[in-house]
Design a binder for this molecule. Structure first.
Ligand code: NCD
Length: 363
Protein backbone atom coordinates (compact mmCIF):
# COMPACT_ATOMS: atom_id res chain seq x y z
CA UNK A 1 0.00 0.00 0.00
CA UNK A 2 1.26 3.43 -0.93
CA UNK A 3 0.59 6.88 0.56
CA UNK A 4 1.49 10.47 -0.33
CA UNK A 5 2.69 12.56 2.61
CA UNK A 6 5.70 14.28 1.12
CA UNK A 7 6.23 15.00 -2.60
CA UNK A 8 9.50 13.05 -2.30
CA UNK A 9 7.44 9.89 -1.67
CA UNK A 10 7.11 9.78 -5.47
CA UNK A 11 10.22 9.24 -7.58
CA UNK A 12 10.87 11.41 -10.62
CA UNK A 13 9.74 8.62 -12.94
CA UNK A 14 6.56 8.10 -10.91
CA UNK A 15 5.84 11.84 -11.21
CA UNK A 16 6.39 11.61 -14.97
CA UNK A 17 3.89 8.76 -15.08
CA UNK A 18 1.34 10.85 -13.17
CA UNK A 19 1.79 13.67 -15.70
CA UNK A 20 1.25 11.22 -18.57
CA UNK A 21 -1.94 9.85 -17.01
CA UNK A 22 -3.22 13.38 -16.26
CA UNK A 23 -2.57 14.43 -19.89
CA UNK A 24 -4.49 11.39 -21.06
CA UNK A 25 -7.42 12.12 -18.71
CA UNK A 26 -7.60 15.70 -20.04
CA UNK A 27 -7.66 14.40 -23.62
CA UNK A 28 -9.94 11.38 -23.06
CA UNK A 29 -12.11 11.97 -19.96
CA UNK A 30 -14.74 9.42 -21.02
CA UNK A 31 -12.16 6.61 -20.86
CA UNK A 32 -11.89 7.20 -17.11
CA UNK A 33 -15.47 8.03 -16.17
CA UNK A 34 -16.33 4.64 -14.60
CA UNK A 35 -12.96 3.40 -13.53
CA UNK A 36 -13.61 4.01 -9.81
CA UNK A 37 -17.08 2.48 -9.77
CA UNK A 38 -17.77 1.14 -6.30
CA UNK A 39 -14.82 3.00 -4.73
CA UNK A 40 -15.13 5.65 -2.04
CA UNK A 41 -12.93 8.59 -1.12
CA UNK A 42 -13.10 10.23 2.33
CA UNK A 43 -12.12 13.89 2.49
CA UNK A 44 -11.29 14.79 6.09
CA UNK A 45 -10.67 18.53 6.22
CA UNK A 46 -9.74 19.92 9.62
CA UNK A 47 -8.83 23.27 8.01
CA UNK A 48 -10.60 25.51 5.46
CA UNK A 49 -10.22 24.69 1.79
CA UNK A 50 -11.93 25.42 -1.51
CA UNK A 51 -9.78 24.14 -4.38
CA UNK A 52 -8.10 21.20 -2.71
CA UNK A 53 -11.20 19.61 -1.21
CA UNK A 54 -13.54 20.33 -4.10
CA UNK A 55 -11.00 19.23 -6.72
CA UNK A 56 -10.48 15.96 -4.83
CA UNK A 57 -14.22 15.42 -4.62
CA UNK A 58 -14.79 16.38 -8.24
CA UNK A 59 -11.87 14.13 -9.25
CA UNK A 60 -13.38 11.09 -7.53
CA UNK A 61 -16.87 11.79 -8.89
CA UNK A 62 -15.48 12.18 -12.42
CA UNK A 63 -13.82 8.78 -12.03
CA UNK A 64 -17.19 7.24 -11.19
CA UNK A 65 -16.47 6.90 -7.47
CA UNK A 66 -18.27 8.30 -4.41
CA UNK A 67 -17.20 10.74 -1.70
CA UNK A 68 -17.88 11.07 2.02
CA UNK A 69 -16.24 13.27 4.64
CA UNK A 70 -16.33 16.55 6.52
CA UNK A 71 -15.09 20.06 5.85
CA UNK A 72 -15.43 21.25 9.43
CA UNK A 73 -13.95 19.15 12.20
CA UNK A 74 -16.53 20.58 14.64
CA UNK A 75 -19.07 18.38 12.94
CA UNK A 76 -16.97 15.25 13.60
CA UNK A 77 -16.12 13.41 16.81
CA UNK A 78 -12.93 15.46 17.10
CA UNK A 79 -15.13 17.98 18.92
CA UNK A 80 -15.82 15.22 21.48
CA UNK A 81 -12.09 14.69 21.96
CA UNK A 82 -11.44 11.75 19.64
CA UNK A 83 -7.79 11.27 18.72
CA UNK A 84 -6.67 11.47 15.12
CA UNK A 85 -5.37 7.90 15.35
CA UNK A 86 -8.84 6.61 16.28
CA UNK A 87 -10.58 8.68 13.61
CA UNK A 88 -8.32 7.26 10.92
CA UNK A 89 -8.68 3.68 12.21
CA UNK A 90 -12.45 4.02 11.88
CA UNK A 91 -12.72 5.96 8.61
CA UNK A 92 -10.18 3.76 6.83
CA UNK A 93 -12.51 0.84 7.51
CA UNK A 94 -15.29 2.58 5.58
CA UNK A 95 -13.56 3.82 2.43
CA UNK A 96 -10.93 2.92 -0.18
CA UNK A 97 -8.77 6.06 0.01
CA UNK A 98 -8.46 9.09 2.32
CA UNK A 99 -7.41 12.71 1.68
CA UNK A 100 -6.83 14.72 4.86
CA UNK A 101 -5.93 18.35 5.58
CA UNK A 102 -4.82 19.07 9.14
CA UNK A 103 -3.47 22.21 10.82
CA UNK A 104 -0.87 20.29 12.81
CA UNK A 105 2.50 19.43 11.29
CA UNK A 106 3.29 15.72 11.07
CA UNK A 107 -0.36 14.66 11.56
CA UNK A 108 -0.23 12.59 8.31
CA UNK A 109 2.29 10.20 9.87
CA UNK A 110 -0.21 9.37 12.60
CA UNK A 111 -2.74 8.76 9.86
CA UNK A 112 -0.57 6.42 7.79
CA UNK A 113 0.48 4.49 10.88
CA UNK A 114 -3.21 3.56 11.38
CA UNK A 115 -4.75 3.70 7.93
CA UNK A 116 -5.94 0.50 6.28
CA UNK A 117 -6.15 2.29 2.91
CA UNK A 118 -3.98 4.66 0.83
CA UNK A 119 -3.69 8.09 2.44
CA UNK A 120 -3.08 11.51 0.86
CA UNK A 121 -1.77 14.53 2.72
CA UNK A 122 -3.84 17.51 1.54
CA UNK A 123 -1.72 19.92 3.66
CA UNK A 124 -0.34 19.67 7.21
CA UNK A 125 0.11 23.05 8.91
CA UNK A 126 3.06 24.94 7.45
CA UNK A 127 4.85 21.72 6.62
CA UNK A 128 3.95 20.06 3.28
CA UNK A 129 1.31 20.28 0.53
CA UNK A 130 2.30 17.63 -2.01
CA UNK A 131 -0.90 17.63 -4.07
CA UNK A 132 -0.63 21.37 -4.68
CA UNK A 133 2.87 20.63 -5.93
CA UNK A 134 1.42 18.03 -8.28
CA UNK A 135 -0.91 20.73 -9.67
CA UNK A 136 2.09 23.09 -9.97
CA UNK A 137 4.10 20.42 -11.79
CA UNK A 138 1.31 19.61 -14.23
CA UNK A 139 1.00 23.33 -15.04
CA UNK A 140 4.76 23.60 -15.60
CA UNK A 141 4.74 20.42 -17.68
CA UNK A 142 1.93 21.69 -19.92
CA UNK A 143 3.30 25.22 -20.36
CA UNK A 144 7.11 25.21 -20.16
CA UNK A 145 7.39 21.48 -21.02
CA UNK A 146 10.37 20.80 -18.77
CA UNK A 147 11.21 20.52 -15.07
CA UNK A 148 14.93 21.30 -15.37
CA UNK A 149 17.05 24.33 -16.30
CA UNK A 150 14.49 26.67 -14.75
CA UNK A 151 14.95 29.84 -12.74
CA UNK A 152 12.15 29.86 -10.19
CA UNK A 153 11.28 32.90 -8.08
CA UNK A 154 9.20 32.22 -4.96
CA UNK A 155 7.64 35.33 -3.49
CA UNK A 156 5.76 36.08 -0.26
CA UNK A 157 5.48 33.87 2.79
CA UNK A 158 8.32 31.39 2.43
CA UNK A 159 8.33 30.62 6.14
CA UNK A 160 4.78 29.38 6.66
CA UNK A 161 3.81 28.54 3.06
CA UNK A 162 3.56 24.76 2.82
CA UNK A 163 3.16 24.95 -0.97
CA UNK A 164 6.56 26.64 -1.13
CA UNK A 165 8.21 23.88 0.91
CA UNK A 166 6.87 21.05 -1.22
CA UNK A 167 7.63 22.88 -4.49
CA UNK A 168 11.25 23.51 -3.45
CA UNK A 169 11.59 19.83 -2.50
CA UNK A 170 10.21 18.80 -5.88
CA UNK A 171 12.17 21.19 -8.08
CA UNK A 172 15.44 20.60 -6.21
CA UNK A 173 15.59 17.09 -7.66
CA UNK A 174 15.88 18.26 -11.28
CA UNK A 175 19.11 19.34 -12.99
CA UNK A 176 20.26 22.92 -13.02
CA UNK A 177 17.27 24.64 -11.42
CA UNK A 178 17.89 27.89 -9.58
CA UNK A 179 15.77 29.65 -6.95
CA UNK A 180 15.19 33.33 -6.19
CA UNK A 181 13.73 33.60 -2.69
CA UNK A 182 11.79 36.85 -2.29
CA UNK A 183 10.33 37.61 1.15
CA UNK A 184 10.52 40.07 3.99
CA UNK A 185 13.14 39.02 6.59
CA UNK A 186 10.37 37.86 8.97
CA UNK A 187 9.01 35.39 6.40
CA UNK A 188 12.25 33.97 5.04
CA UNK A 189 12.61 30.34 4.15
CA UNK A 190 13.64 28.44 7.28
CA UNK A 191 17.35 27.74 7.87
CA UNK A 192 16.87 23.98 7.45
CA UNK A 193 15.68 24.50 3.84
CA UNK A 194 18.53 26.93 3.14
CA UNK A 195 21.01 24.34 4.50
CA UNK A 196 19.52 21.66 2.24
CA UNK A 197 19.91 23.90 -0.83
CA UNK A 198 23.53 24.61 0.11
CA UNK A 199 24.22 20.94 0.75
CA UNK A 200 22.85 20.01 -2.68
CA UNK A 201 24.82 22.84 -4.35
CA UNK A 202 21.65 24.37 -5.72
CA UNK A 203 22.00 28.01 -6.79
CA UNK A 204 19.76 30.45 -4.93
CA UNK A 205 19.56 34.13 -4.06
CA UNK A 206 17.70 35.74 -1.16
CA UNK A 207 16.14 39.18 -1.51
CA UNK A 208 13.37 41.33 -0.05
CA UNK A 209 12.64 43.08 -3.36
CA UNK A 210 10.21 41.92 -6.03
CA UNK A 211 11.21 44.73 -8.44
CA UNK A 212 14.39 43.84 -10.26
CA UNK A 213 14.31 40.19 -9.11
CA UNK A 214 12.08 38.64 -11.77
CA UNK A 215 13.48 39.95 -15.07
CA UNK A 216 15.09 36.66 -16.07
CA UNK A 217 12.96 34.09 -14.23
CA UNK A 218 11.00 31.31 -15.93
CA UNK A 219 8.50 30.87 -13.10
CA UNK A 220 7.23 33.42 -10.60
CA UNK A 221 5.43 31.59 -7.76
CA UNK A 222 3.44 34.14 -5.74
CA UNK A 223 2.04 33.19 -2.32
CA UNK A 224 -0.36 34.58 0.25
CA UNK A 225 0.93 35.68 3.65
CA UNK A 226 -0.45 32.86 5.82
CA UNK A 227 -2.56 34.81 8.32
CA UNK A 228 -3.67 31.70 10.22
CA UNK A 229 -0.08 30.78 11.17
CA UNK A 230 0.75 34.08 12.91
CA UNK A 231 0.77 34.33 16.70
CA UNK A 232 0.96 38.12 16.44
CA UNK A 233 -1.83 39.57 14.26
CA UNK A 234 -0.14 43.01 14.18
CA UNK A 235 2.87 41.41 12.52
CA UNK A 236 0.54 39.89 9.92
CA UNK A 237 -1.07 43.29 9.27
CA UNK A 238 2.37 44.82 8.80
CA UNK A 239 3.55 42.16 6.36
CA UNK A 240 0.42 41.17 4.45
CA UNK A 241 0.77 43.62 1.57
CA UNK A 242 4.54 43.88 1.17
CA UNK A 243 4.45 42.41 -2.32
CA UNK A 244 1.82 43.18 -4.89
CA UNK A 245 2.38 41.94 -8.42
CA UNK A 246 0.93 44.42 -10.89
CA UNK A 247 1.23 45.25 -14.61
CA UNK A 248 4.22 47.51 -14.05
CA UNK A 249 6.25 44.86 -12.21
CA UNK A 250 5.39 42.22 -14.78
CA UNK A 251 6.43 44.57 -17.61
CA UNK A 252 10.11 43.78 -17.32
CA UNK A 253 9.66 39.98 -17.00
CA UNK A 254 10.33 37.54 -19.86
CA UNK A 255 7.70 36.98 -22.52
CA UNK A 256 7.66 33.21 -21.98
CA UNK A 257 7.72 33.16 -18.19
CA UNK A 258 4.71 31.96 -16.20
CA UNK A 259 3.12 33.31 -13.01
CA UNK A 260 1.75 30.69 -10.61
CA UNK A 261 -0.13 31.04 -7.30
CA UNK A 262 -1.69 28.16 -5.32
CA UNK A 263 -4.63 30.47 -4.50
CA UNK A 264 -6.52 31.85 -2.67
CA UNK A 265 -5.00 35.24 -3.44
CA UNK A 266 -5.64 38.17 -1.18
CA UNK A 267 -3.86 41.32 -2.43
CA UNK A 268 -0.57 39.91 -3.66
CA UNK A 269 -1.63 39.77 -7.32
CA UNK A 270 -3.53 42.68 -8.77
CA UNK A 271 -6.57 41.60 -10.80
CA UNK A 272 -5.20 43.84 -13.58
CA UNK A 273 -2.71 41.14 -14.55
CA UNK A 274 -5.25 38.31 -14.78
CA UNK A 275 -5.57 38.79 -18.53
CA UNK A 276 -1.81 38.73 -19.11
CA UNK A 277 -1.13 35.49 -21.01
CA UNK A 278 1.73 34.65 -18.63
CA UNK A 279 -0.54 34.32 -15.60
CA UNK A 280 -1.48 30.68 -15.12
CA UNK A 281 -3.04 30.45 -11.65
CA UNK A 282 -6.56 29.67 -12.82
CA UNK A 283 -5.25 27.01 -15.22
CA UNK A 284 -3.19 25.65 -12.29
CA UNK A 285 -6.35 25.24 -10.18
CA UNK A 286 -8.07 23.56 -13.14
CA UNK A 287 -5.16 21.15 -13.67
CA UNK A 288 -5.33 20.34 -9.94
CA UNK A 289 -8.41 18.24 -10.55
CA UNK A 290 -6.81 16.15 -13.30
CA UNK A 291 -3.58 15.45 -11.46
CA UNK A 292 -5.63 14.40 -8.42
CA UNK A 293 -7.57 12.01 -10.66
CA UNK A 294 -4.24 10.55 -11.79
CA UNK A 295 -3.08 10.34 -8.17
CA UNK A 296 -6.23 8.54 -6.99
CA UNK A 297 -5.85 6.00 -9.82
CA UNK A 298 -2.22 5.50 -8.96
CA UNK A 299 -2.78 4.95 -5.25
CA UNK A 300 -5.73 2.64 -5.87
CA UNK A 301 -3.61 0.63 -8.32
CA UNK A 302 -6.11 1.35 -11.11
CA UNK A 303 -3.77 3.24 -13.31
CA UNK A 304 -3.05 1.81 -16.75
CA UNK A 305 0.64 1.94 -16.37
CA UNK A 306 2.29 -0.87 -14.43
CA UNK A 307 5.32 1.24 -13.53
CA UNK A 308 3.07 3.34 -11.33
CA UNK A 309 2.36 0.44 -9.04
CA UNK A 310 4.04 -0.99 -6.02
CA UNK A 311 7.18 1.11 -6.02
CA UNK A 312 6.82 1.98 -2.36
CA UNK A 313 5.29 -0.33 0.19
CA UNK A 314 3.86 1.25 3.28
CA UNK A 315 1.83 -0.63 5.81
CA UNK A 316 0.65 0.59 9.19
CA UNK A 317 3.86 -0.86 10.58
CA UNK A 318 6.47 0.70 8.34
CA UNK A 319 5.55 4.38 8.36
CA UNK A 320 8.45 5.14 10.65
CA UNK A 321 11.67 4.26 8.88
CA UNK A 322 15.32 5.15 9.52
CA UNK A 323 14.52 6.73 12.86
CA UNK A 324 14.73 5.97 16.56
CA UNK A 325 12.28 6.32 19.41
CA UNK A 326 13.35 9.27 21.55
CA UNK A 327 12.42 10.76 24.93
CA UNK A 328 13.36 14.23 23.66
CA UNK A 329 10.58 16.76 23.18
CA UNK A 330 10.10 18.57 19.87
CA UNK A 331 10.76 22.33 19.93
CA UNK A 332 7.79 23.06 17.63
CA UNK A 333 4.61 23.96 19.52
CA UNK A 334 2.60 23.15 16.42
CA UNK A 335 3.99 19.63 16.06
CA UNK A 336 1.55 16.71 16.19
CA UNK A 337 3.53 15.24 19.11
CA UNK A 338 2.16 18.10 21.24
CA UNK A 339 -1.42 17.21 20.41
CA UNK A 340 -1.76 13.46 19.98
CA UNK A 341 -1.48 11.30 23.08
CA UNK A 342 -0.16 7.73 23.31
CA UNK A 343 2.23 8.04 20.41
CA UNK A 344 5.95 7.42 20.19
CA UNK A 345 8.27 10.35 19.60
CA UNK A 346 10.64 9.54 16.75
CA UNK A 347 13.92 11.21 15.86
CA UNK A 348 16.12 11.11 12.81
CA UNK A 349 19.62 12.52 12.60
CA UNK A 350 20.59 15.01 9.89
CA UNK A 351 24.21 16.19 9.85
CA UNK A 352 24.61 15.21 13.49
CA UNK A 353 21.50 17.14 14.58
CA UNK A 354 18.51 15.26 16.00
CA UNK A 355 15.29 16.25 14.21
CA UNK A 356 11.68 15.41 14.96
CA UNK A 357 10.51 12.76 12.48
CA UNK A 358 7.01 14.24 12.31
CA UNK A 359 7.64 17.92 11.58
CA UNK A 360 11.38 18.10 10.77
CA UNK A 361 12.14 20.64 13.49
CA UNK A 362 15.15 20.27 15.80
CA UNK A 363 14.55 18.33 18.99
C1 NCD B 1 -2.81 26.71 -0.28
C2 NCD B 1 -2.79 26.00 1.06
O1 NCD B 1 -3.82 25.59 1.57
O2 NCD B 1 -1.68 25.87 1.58
N1 NCD B 1 -4.05 26.67 -0.91
C3 NCD B 1 -4.36 25.61 -1.70
O3 NCD B 1 -4.38 24.48 -1.26
N2 NCD B 1 -4.56 25.84 -3.00
C4 NCD B 1 -2.23 28.07 -0.24
C5 NCD B 1 -2.80 29.08 0.71
O4 NCD B 1 -3.75 28.80 1.44
O5 NCD B 1 -2.27 30.19 0.73
Amino acid sequence: MKHLINILDFSISELDELMTVADDIIDNPEKYSNICNGKQLATLFYEPSTRTRLSFESAMLSLGGKVIGFSDSNSSSVSKGESLADTISIVSGYVDIIAMRHPIEGAPYIATSKSLVPFINAGDGSHFHPTQTLADLLTIHRTLKRFDNLKIALCGDLKYGRTVHSLIDAMSRYENNEFVLISPAELELSPSYIKELEKKNIKFTVTDKLEGSIDDVDILYMTRVQKERFDDIEEYERLKDVFVLDKEKLDTAKEDMIVLHPLPRVNEISVDVDDDKRTMYFEQAYFGKYIRMALILNLLGLSDNKTLKDKLHYTPDNTFKNCIITEKVCSNNKCITKFESNINRYARTVDGVEMCYYCDKEL
